[in-house]
Design a protein around this ligand. Sequence first.
Ligand code: SAM
Length: 195
Amino acid sequence: YLFGEKKATDVAHLLWKHVIRKGDTVIDATCGNGNDTLAMANMVKDEQSKGCVYGMDIQEDAIKNTSSLLDVSLNPIERKCVKLFPICHSRMAEVLPKNSSVRLVAFNLGYLPGGNKTIITKSDTTKLALKAVKELLVPGGVISIVAYVGHPGGREEYETVQSFALELPIKSWVCSQIQMLNRPLAPVLVFMFKR
Ligand code: SAM
């Protein structure tokens, strides 16, 4: 049931629902067309409007697409709880309020669907961003990564993610992944839970 015919991103959303609480602060490190940002906004929104999503993408087009999707999908009060930044995710700490407690940070790696396929996430900045996330995440929080191994550079980036996870101490982190063995080019889902 968990994987079945579902897309990797749908499986990631299923897990997020078990982690995110109303009123949480979460980060979408790769907004793209905004589907993940919207899913997060719907999970954190609460009556006191404490829940907040910080979204970022290096492409202005992606920020525009995300903003348009949120504008038509959320009411004005909910929309205000999502803040979008046209920056590299390695700089996320610069845009978050000081001492933020973040429950979930999601990366959906690769290129913007329907956009320029040569603008992709890169191993070195992905690694820098993961290092930044380590410091922001609250205990009980999760880093969620969808890594695509089918495009040039994708497998290398996945291996960077994998070695980052392998180096996390088992006392404070639980790392796991979901992979389709009979579809070797399907995206790999990596989860890093902070104890
Ligand atoms: N989450 C998106 C959605 O729901 O539509 C899809 C994300 S798409 C697969 C990957 C995105 O990562 C692209 O829009 C790309 O511009 C963005 N990206 C690439 N390098 C980045 C970086 N260093 N920092 C932030 N975003 C980056």
